[in-house]
Ligand binder design. Structure first.
Ligand SMILES: Nc1nc2c(ncn2[C@@H]2O[C@H](COP(=O)(O)OP(=O)(O)OP(=O)(O)O)[C@@H](O)[C@H]2O)c(=O)[nH]1
Ligand SMILES: [Mg+2]
Length: 222
């Protein structure tokens, strides 16, 4: 069921689909694909630099501040965490990349866990790459996006912490980052602006996931 999207254009849903999360349950932590939860469902994973707000975003989407562990200290999530949503699909919280203060061996270990999951999870439908909306896209982000492009893994972008800038500055910074991405890709992947503090982006992200799930259902019905 996964990896059937060939371009970003294929990712843009034709029909907007409402998605409400009624239940989100922790389903397990893993460091390798063989340890993933046994029950298979489509997976939507969240990745990005350490501290960018992956775990907070998952909690915001699921209306549960205690579901995924968050911390102001970078490097909190060190495992692949699966959360089963509405008993139908998984949200997957991944460790962060590019945490400069972590030892080289620690970073390599996390990179290995991330690669193993991304390249081998057959159920991975798409990755959301989170980028702090206050900052320029960094080298670690660019390297990661390039890797995804080469591996032809479908992705979207979420600009996080949208509450930290005023509306004008936010718009300018996002425009700048969109231009950076368009310098490398012919088309902009689907992108969203979020704030886990204010609930910004929640409906858009969830409805988007709903639409992708809907189109997956149609694809497998064929
Ligand atoms: N103001 C604001 N703070 C946020 C937001 N999202 C996350 N934070 C804060 O940023 C810090 C990091 O959040 P996490 O969700 O733990 O980040 P992470 O990407 O999961 O980090 P690692 O697991 O360490 O890679 C915490 O102190 C959060 O409270 C947001 O939308 N707005
Ligand atoms: Mg985390």
């Amino acid at each position: 069921m996964s990896r059937f999207f060939s371009t970003f254009a294929d990712l843009i849903p034709i029909v907007q689909q409402d998605m409400k999360i009624t239940e989100a349950l922790f389903a397990g932590s893993s460091t390798r694909i063989s340890e993933k939860p046994k029950q298979k469902f489509p997976e939507f994973a969240f990745i990005g630099r350490s501290n960018v707000g992956k775990s907070s975003l998952i909690n915001m989407l699921c209306n549960n501040r205690k579901l995924a562990m968050t911390s102001s200290t970078p490097g909190k999530t060190r495992l692949v965490n699966h959360f089963l949503v509405n008993r139908q699909w998984y949200l997957v919280d991944l460790p962060g990349y590019g945490y400069a203060k972590m030892s080289m061996s620690g970073r390599q270990k996390l990179a290995q866990i991330i690669r193993n999951y991304i390249n081998l999870s057959q159920e991975l439908v798409m990755l959301f790459v989170l980028i702090d909306s206050r900052h320029d896209i960094g080298k670690a982000d660019m390297d990661f996006l390039m890797e995804l492009g080469e591996a032809r893994i479908p992705f979207g972008i979420i600009f996080t912490k949208g509450d930290k800038l005023g509306p004008e500055a936010l718009k300018r910074q996002i425009q700048k980052n969109v231009e950076t991405i368009l310098g490398f890709w012919e088309e902009m992947p689907p992108y969203f602006i979020s704030s886990s503090e204010k609930g910004m982006g929640k409906e858009e992200i969830l409805d988007y996931i709903g639409s992708v799930l809907e189109s997956l259902g149609k694809d497998t019905d064929k």
